[in-house]
Design a protein around this ligand. Structure first.
Ligand code: FES
Length: 320
């Protein structure tokens, strides 16, 4: 992904859908149809603030059939590094934004016999678009959606219309707990499970499915975690012959981009593998935070996913 592949869009509507979540509708500047996407896709929103550029991934929640607009929902993160606060506080109807083309790393499996969709909080967004694809009724599904309280249930009306009796809501405020073990134990062969939401929910779904013997190919999840902070260090980009300082609150990828060197990426969340970069030298240890490299690959220290991983060292030399 690079700047040549981005699109300019204008914000056409903003709605506060829960105390923490704003819903933004975007249209192409000039009104042309936007690129096609499928349920589960995300876009990267590029925000140029005075201090820095932010590139945050957000799932598309609207219908893949309506290409006159994209819809995203942005949760105000308590510990935002700036991106979500910028969208909440500075973006108005009429504001322009730069976005990357949609990418789908969380699509519905075409040969699944049944879909079991599990979402928590703002993790409902990719599932909203997936529901649009399930409207023909050819594949059965269940949707389980856990939120803090009824006022935090974003898009509840839209969900009821799309999912009908297949929707089950769980409110923490009413002590309604999602029993993941029971849910995953009672599914017919050929069911695929999809989880999106807080890390704890995703980890629990994935671990439970694996413990119950679900094939890895039937377990899908989407997580957009901000890159973890860490110690500052120095990276040297061997091919570009540039030194880059990585501050504690910026990712390695962001720091390399700020230095004008492009690295391919899709998810910016440590799952797609696109940003994989060869490590040439290191005088300390890598801090792997991704979900892409195997344990053996992480232990070898031969490569790093700079979107989320960093190093504890004085100097890291990369093949960039
Ligand atoms: S961009 Fe997807 S793993 Fe880094």
């Amino acid at each position: 992904m690079n700047s040549a592949q981005t699109l300019n869009v204008v914000v056409t509507a903003i709605e506060q859908v829960t105390p923490l979540i704003k819903h933004f509708t975007l249209a192409a500047v000039g009104g042309d149809p936007l690129p096609a996407f499928s349920g589960g896709s995300h876009i990267i929103v590029v925000m140029h603030t005075p201090a820095r550029a932010h590139r945050n991934p957000y799932s598309l929640l609207g219908s893949p059939r309506c290409l006159d607009r994209y819809e995203i929902a942005v949760r105000r993160m308590e510990e935002s590094r700036g991106g979500s606060h910028y969208l909440h506080d500075h973006i108005r109807v009429g504001s322009r934004l730069e976005i990357a083309h949609p990418v789908n790393l969380f699509g519905l499996d075409k040969i699944a016999r049944k879909h079991l969709l599990i979402a928590g909080g703002v993790g409902i967004t990719p599932i909203l678009a997936q529901l649009e694809e399930l409207q023909d009724g050819s594949t059965p599904f269940e949707l389980h959606y856990a939120v803090r309280s009824p006022q935090h249930a974003a898009f509840a009306q839209r969900l009821r219309e799309r999912a009908g009796a297949s929707l089950r809501m769980y409110y923490d405020s009413e002590n309604q707990k999602l029993d993941i073990d029971a849910l995953l134990s009672g599914q017919p062969l050929g069911t695929h499970v999809y989880a999106c939401g807080p890390a704890g929910l995703i980890d629990a779904v994935v671990a439970t499915a694996r413990n119950l013997g679900w094939p890895g190919s039937h377990i899908h999840w989407e997580r957009f975690a901000a890159p973890p902070v860490g110690d500052a260090f120095e990276a040297y980009l061997a091919r570009s012959q540039r030194s880059v300082r990585i501050p504690s609150d910026r990712s390695l990828l962001e720091s390399i981009e700020a230095a004008g060197v492009e690295v391919p990426y899709l998810c910016r969340g440590g799952v797609c593998g696109y940003c994989r970069t060869r490590v040439l030298e290191l005088d300390g240890e890598l801090v792997h935070n991704d979900h892409f490299l195997s344990d053996a690959e992480k232990a070898s220290g031969a490569s790093i996913m700079p979107c989320v991983s960093r190093a504890r060292c004085e100097r890291l030399v990369l093949d960039l």
